[in-house]
Design a protein around this ligand. Sequence first.
Ligand SMILES: [Zn+2]
Length: 192
Amino acid sequence: MANSASPPEFNSLRRLPATPEAGGIRTTRLQEAAYNAQLAAGLPISNLARAVLIKENGIINFHHCASYIHAVQQMEWFAAAFRTYTGPVTVVGGKGGSHASAVDRRIKIGTDSRYNVSQCEQACLHELAHIVTPDYGPGQELREPPRGRGSRKGHHHAWRVNFVLIVRKTLGKQAALLLRYEFDQWGLPTSK
Ligand SMILES: [Zn+2]
């Protein structure tokens, strides 16, 4: 489970993009941990991403992110796992970090996430996991405190489980195992 197999792109990423989803609100320790774990997992790049997330003039156009996300949504396993979420989400671009609104069924893949294919694919999958994991669980109860030290800012257990599933189906079993391992290391277990 060592990370010696991390793709070279990750070596240049010394720190994570600043609070991509907090929208100006300070990140919590556990929210930060979710990004760190994802980075540490050194996830591979899928063939779909290599084919679809094409760089033009040094950056991937957000329309390609939309194509990628919609393609994932149309996969058989996705429909089986997330049947009420197969309608294509709205994908927008813009400067800065990435963000998802499950309520509006809208994903922003910001410029920070579009300079390399690996980061871009991970942002698409990360945000898609937010779409299929609203912060309110069954019975409309909040899955975690909305702020404060206990908050993972949406990176709660239900999100992690769905993200790991999405990673397993798109990036493979080994990638999912690495991600689970790193979530665990960062204090964000994915077991029941
Ligand atoms: Zn997130």
